[in-house]
Design a protein around this ligand. Sequence first.
Ligand SMILES: *Cc1c(COP(=O)(O)O)cnc(C)c1O
Length: 380
Amino acid sequence: MGVSKTIWSNPSEIIRVNKPDHPVLVFSPAMLQQTAVRFIRGFPGLVTYDVKSNPAEMVIENLAAAGLRGFDVAAPDEIDLIRRLAPNCALHYHNPVRGRAEIAHAVAAGVRAWSVDSRSELTKLVALVPYENCEISVRFKLADEAGNYNPTAKFGATQELAVDLLREVEAAGFRPSLTFQPGSQVTDPMVWDRFIRAAAAIAGQAGVRLYRLNVGGGFPNHRKAGPAPNLEAIFTTIGQATGEAFGESRPALVCEPGRGLVGDAFTHITRVKALRDGGDVFLNDGIYGGLAELPLVGNIERLAVYDPEGRKREGAPLPRMIFGPTCDPVDRLPGKLALPDDLAEEDFIVFHGMGAYSAVTNTHFSGFGKMEIVTALSLV
Ligand SMILES: *Cc1c(COP(=O)(O)O)cnc(C)c1O
């Protein structure tokens, strides 16, 4: 008895044939591989994938098939996942804080690249990690760091501390590197420019020649109406700023995109449960499900509405409030979304660019959370 796997043409076909009442994430392997090749060709250094943004096995396998050779992991389970699916790829354990058992697990799995942002964590690594051929990247932050989803409240050494840590990493016999996290969904290349120049200043002050500079993730995916973000402009700025800031001592570059790599490879099909008295929309998914990120990063403007026969609604845009299915009052999308004015109960709202921080953060809160992942040739 053969196992048959359906590969759909596009979201409209899924809607017409299945009329799914639960949320469905539609994956395009072709789109993922195309974006991976764009990063590998365009980025002036090693591209690693930040596994936490979407650890689905089909994502890891398609990235490896497209030629990706490194993964940024945050926990032992992610280490085991990559060792199983992409055994020859580099693992960068760039969660700056780890427990002792987690460090031992990673050492046993052959992890050779780590990051720190504090003295106490560096002391732990120096005690527990063999230093031969191992790299420690000091993660720093900028005082004036802008960008949405600002990560500096949790991680990042001040530039002053980074100078000391970098010296200590080298003195302990490790390969000394620097890293930073510019934010997430960052569209302005100058954010990287500022960080890279700060990295050169830190290395100069420490008197340490960097083994590598890891410019983090934060690359944007296509969420706004209008053209897709210009990744190539960001790659160019990163290469130029590194050359200018470091000159002769230019380090090899690494990046660790999550969202920018996987975001546009998934489209999310949700259904309108009710139009309350013709006004507010109640969806079958919300902030405890696949739409968890929208209140943090902003609404997805790239969406389409289909009737249950898979035909696109073309009515004039009408802004509406969108609620998720749970009984929790915070379960709503920010602001209002412009939807066609002929929207009806049982229609489908299809959000594009939903590959990152969607399936992986889905919960079963309040009796919801059933989510299916299917594969399609095209996402439009
Ligand atoms: C989450 C994370 C990333 C990926 O961020 P994106 O905005 O999804 O690209 C990269 N590096 C580190 C250390 C992270 O924690």
